[in-house]
Ligand binder design. Structure first.
Ligand SMILES: Cc1cc2nc3c(=O)[nH]c(=O)nc-3n(C[C@H](O)[C@H](O)[C@H](O)COP(=O)(O)OP(=O)(O)OC[C@H]3O[C@@H](n4cnc5c(N)ncnc54)[C@H](O)[C@@H]3O)c2cc1C
Length: 419
């Protein structure tokens, strides 16, 4: 249906048909409410369709405590939503809609056919079964509030939809071409909500150094990356790192990127230190190089490093250390050994930017959590208004956390609005 309705009345209106909005509409309609679902794009669920590279990593099997911890200091806010639609319940819910799920690695959950369309088609079927009225190409630009009471919404082309309960599930600013236009922020502000500045997160990093471009496409599977900045945890994250034409990506860099984006905003640049093999610091590398000097001293240094690192990475390191690739290990000077050990144990990169909202998987920041009731997701500013999904100031790491939060919060907001 297009947005050509002059004035429709609903018991619950949901603005934004992503994971959170579709789930909210289903939850409200399952309570017998007449529900309208308004979406600015020409189809619902565009991000679901793109998620997990088209495979849709819809949740994971970490414990509730681990899940909450993954969302950082505000993670507790997710508790009541998870209690109603946690990972196990989401899988049961999907199963009931005809979507069996699998965990190929024992943690990350995908639809059995590993196609995001399975999830989106099932949600769409359920919306239709429940009689939810979906209006696509319908961009909401204003809440209708009369004498402090919520009365409905108005769209860009001047149509009105009446309802006394409205769920805002407009997502954030990431991937504008999939609907991440940030339009929900103005609606929340109109209701009196404050925002934590939206920043790109789960986004590749741009570095001042150009050497990563020579390794574009090369990945390290057990690197430790830490932000080298006062006040940041010294521990860092361990896992996969991918070099790109502009800098750094891969799960570890993506998971740090929201924090890096915040520091960039304040300081302009951010230093990272990468231990190319986690657990091997500069002094352990220096010892290892000494062992090599004794045991296999005639072998070239680059060829030795190839046993630990991708060949191109090894070649680049010896070049950065000012050593010739074929230099026999035994002929390394003490200075060359130390320089190499320093690079291997903690090569430095200076981040100057992120690749921005165009390619950020999620948005950090959004509607301030203190102004929303965690147990119902109702606004503390405007009764009858509910908020769900990425629009709120919460974001998780890679691996099914963000869709799980969108589904869980959508369910809670829809149920609360439908009561
Ligand atoms: C490419 C990509 C891959 C991803 N892969 C994964 C993954 O595998 N696992 C995971 O957990 N997370 C993944 N994420 C993150 C996850 O998809 C999002 O966090 C989640 O979809 C957010 O859901 P949402 O419903 O809150 O927002 P969205 O999905 O962004 O939905 C918001 C909807 O509201 C609509 N809208 C906005 N403003 C208005 C308005 N004013 N009027 C009407 N409609 C409006 C938008 O068009 C959009 O359809 C991925 C993200 C991207 C971009």
């Amino acid at each position: 249906m297009d947005g050509s309705v002059e004035e429709s009345g609903f018991e619950v209106l949901v603005v934004g048909a992503g994971a959170a909005g579709q789930m909210a509409a289903i939850a409200a309609a399952e309570q017998g409410r007449r529900v309208g679902l308004l979406e600015q794009m020409d189809r619902p669920g565009l991000k679901i369709l793109a998620s997990g590279g088209g495979r849709c990593n819809l949740t994971n099997l970490v414990t509730t405590e681990e899940f909450i911890a993954a969302f950082g200091r505000s993670g507790r806010f997710t508790g009541p939503a998870l209690a109603q639609m946690g990972p196990a319940m989401l899988r049961t819910f999907m199963d009931r809609l005809g979507v069996a799920t699998i965990t190929p690695d024992g943690c990350h959950v995908y639809p059995a056919g590993e196609r995001a369309t399975e999830v989106q088609n099932a949600l769409r079927r359920r919306l239709d079964e429940l009689g939810v009225e979906l209006h696509t190409r319908t961009e909401v630009i204003r809440l209708r509030v009369e004498s402090g009471r919520l009365r409905g919404v108005e769209t860009k082309i001047g149509h009105g939809f009446a309802a006394e309960r409205v769920v805002l599930s407009c997502g954030g600013r990431s991937w504008p071409r999939l609907g991440g236009t940030g339009g929900g922020y103005a609606l929340a502000e109109q209701a009196g909500h404050k925002l934590v500045e939206p920043l790109p997160a789960l986004v590749p990093l741009v570095t001042r150094e150009t050497w990563p471009s020579r390794l574009a496409g090369v990945s390290l599977s057990n690197a430790r990356v830490r932000i080298d900045h006062a006040g940041q945890s010294r521990v860092g994250l361990v896992g996969d790192v991918l070099f790109t034409h502009r800098g750094l990506s891969g799960p570890v860099a993506l998971d740090l990127s929201g924090t890096v984006a915040g520091l960039l905003r304040r300081y302009g640049t951010v230093s990272l230190r990468i231990a190319l093999i986690a657990g091997m610091n500069a002094s352990r590398w220096a010892e290892r190089l000494d062992e090599w000097r004794k045991e296999t001293g005639r072998r070239g240094i680059a060829s030795m490093l190839r046993e630990y690192l991708p060949a191109s990475m090894g070649s680049l390191l010896v070049e950065l250390a000012g050593v010739k690739e074929r230099t026999p290990v035994a002929q390394l000077t003490a200075g060359q050994r130390d320089t190499l050990a320093d690079l291997l144990g903690g090569i430095e990169l200076t981040v100057t930017d992120t690749e921005g909202f165009e390619t950020a998987f999620v948005t950090r920041g959004g509607v301030v959590l203190g102004e929303v009731r965690p147990d119902t997701l109702e606004s503390r500013r405007l009764p009858g208004l509910y908020l769900a999904g990425e629009l709120l100031d919460l974001d998780g790491p890679c691996g099914g956390y963000n869709l799980q939060w969108a589904f869980a919060s959508g369910y809670l907001a829809g149920r609360s609005a439908g009561q």
